[in-house]
Design a protein around this ligand. Structure first.
Ligand code: ATP
Length: 359
C-alpha cells in the first residue's frame, strides 16, 4: 500500500510562499505527475513528501499514518533525483546494495535483491563498474534500481529524464510506464515536460505559483481545462486564447477587430468579459456555404510550417495570432485571407476576471 495524503501542506522560504495550502490524496498505485512551469513549487512539494524539507504548515499521511515528523530514511519512500545522486566511489553493485545495508539486511538477501533488480533493469553486466564508467542512460537505470531494491511504498522522482537525450528519454519513458504497471506501486513524478505528463501519468497535478490549478486524468486536464492557466500550459502549440465578450441577451460571443463571432451562450444573462479557448487541432477552414454551430474567425495566413505528417498554420486575426494544426492536404498560401471555424463542443469559455472555466 502507498496512499499519500497532503492536508494543508505549505512551505515558505523567508517571505516567499513556494507551496501554499495543498490538499491532495494520491491513491495507492497511481502515477501522479506534478506538472508546472519553473519555480511553481514542484520540487519543494516532492521534497516535503520525501522528508527532505520540513513543511511550514500542514500534515502528510502515508497509509493513514502521520509521517510529517518522521525522518526521511524512516518513511519507506524512495527518491530518484535528477542528478541521480550515485556514490561515485562505489561500484554499481554497492550503490544498489547501499539502501539495504542501511536496513541491516543479511548478505545473501542483499545479494539476491541486487541481482533481481539488476536483471529486471538489464544492468546485470554493469555491476562492477563505477558510475563514471557508465553512460547517462545507464546511470539513470542505476538510480532507479537503487530506489527499486528497497521495495518502498512509493517512488518519488524529480525530473529523472531531464539529463537524457531525446531518443533515450522516449525509451526510458516507456520503461518507467512498464515498470509502474509491473510493480503497481505509487509513483509521484515531477516534471515540466507536458509530454512526459500526458503519456505516463494516471493523474496530473497542474501547479501554478505554489497552488493546485487542476488535479485530474491527462484526458480531463487536456480536454476540460479548469482555468486559462491550464488551458495555456498544455498542448503544443498551446490552446488559442482570445479575449472576447459575451453579449448576454443575444447569446453571442464577439470581439471587434478579430471577426470572432458565434452563438455559444444560453442567452438572457448579463454581458460578460470572457476568454475563448480553441485548440489548434479543432480549427478548420470554413466554406462560405457551411452552416455552423460554433464560432467563426477571420484571419490572414502568416506562417505555414511543415512538420512532415502535418502542418501548423499561423494566422493573424485582428489583435491576436492563432495557430491551427491540420493535415498537409490543406493547401494555403501566406497572405491568403480565410475564415476559420470551430464547433461549439470544442470552444472553451473562461471568465476573464477570475480565469476560471465557465460551464
Ligand atoms: P523547477 O522546475 O525550476 O525545478 P520547481 O517548480 O521545482 O522549479 P521549486 O524548486 O519548488 O520550483 O521552487 C519554488 C519556489 O521556491 C521558487 O520561487 C524558488 O525560488 C523558491 N525556493 C526553492 N527552494 C528555496 C530555498 N532553499 N530558499 C529560498 N527559496 C527557495
Amino acid at each position: 500500500m502507498g496512499t499519500i495524503q497532503l492536508s494543508g501542506i505549505g512551505r515558505t522560504f523567508k517571505s516567499t510562499a513556494a507551496v501554499r495550502d495543498i490538499y491532495l490524496t494520491i491513491e495507492d498505485g497511481e502515477f501522479v505527475v506534478l506538472l508546472g512551469p519553473s519555480g511553481c513549487g514542484k520540487t519543494t512539494l516532492l521534497r516535503m513528501i520525501a522528508g527532505l524539507l520540513e513543511p511550514t504548515t500542514g500534515r502528510i499521511l502515508l497509509d493513514g499514518v502521520d509521517i510529517t515528523e518522521l525522518p526521511s530514511k524512516k518513511r519507506d519512500l524512495a527518491m530518484v533525483f535528477q542528478s541521480y545522486a550515485l556514490y561515485p566511489h562505489l561500484s554499481v553493485r554497492k550503490n544498489l546494495a547501499f539502501p539495504l545495508k542501511v536496513q541491516h539486511l543479511g548478505k545473501d538477501e542483499i545479494e539476491r535483491r541486487v541481482q533481481d533488480v539488476a536483471d529486471s533493469l538489464e544492468i546485470g553486466h554493469l555491476l562492477d563498474r563505477k558510475p563514471k564508467e557508465l553512460s547517462g542512460g545507464q546511470r539513470q537505470r542505476v538510480a532507479v534500481g537503487r530506489a527499486l531494491v528497497r521495495n518502498p511504498k512509493a517512488f518519488l522522482m524529480d525530473e529523472p529524464l531531464s539529463n537524457l537525450d531525446a531518443k533515450l528519454r522516449t525509451q526510458t519513458r516507456h520503461e518507467l510506464t512498464a515498470l509502474h504497471r509491473r510493480l503497481g506501486a505509487t509513483f509521484v513524478y515531477v516534471t515540466h515536460d507536458q509530454v512526459e505528463a500526458m503519456t505516463m501519468a494516471t493523474k496530473i497535478v497542474v501547479l501554478n505559483a505554489g497552488a493546485i490549478e487542476q488535479f485530474g486524468s491527462p484526458e480531463e486536464v487536456y480536454d476540460c481545462p479548469e482555468s486559462v492557466f491550464v488551458a495555456g500550459f498544455l498542448g503544443s502549440p498551446a490552446m488559442n486564447l482570445l479575449e472576447a465578450q459575451v453579449i448576454g441577451r443575444e447569446g453571442i460571443v464577439s470581439l471587434s477587430g478579430t471577426g470572432l463571432a458565434g452563438d455559444l451562450w444560453p442567452g438572457d444573462t448579463d454581458d460578460l468579459d470572457v476568454v475563448v479557448g480553441i485548440r489548434p487541432e479543432h480549427l478548420e477552414i470554413a466554406a462560405l456555404s457551411d452552416e455552423h454551430d460554433g464560432i467563426l474567425l477571420d484571419g490572414t495566413v502568416e506562417i505555414v510550417e511543415n512538420l512532415g505528417g502535418e502542418q501548423i498554420l499561423t494566422f493573424s486575426t485582428g489583435r491576436s495570432r492563432i495557430h491551427m494544426r491540420t493535415s498537409r492536404d490543406v493547401r494555403v498560401s501566406v497572405g491568403e485571407q480565410l475564415t476559420l471555424r470551430a464547433a461549439a463542443e470544442h470552444v472553451h469559455l473562461f471568465d476573464r476576471a477570475s480565469g476560471r472555466r465557465l460551464e
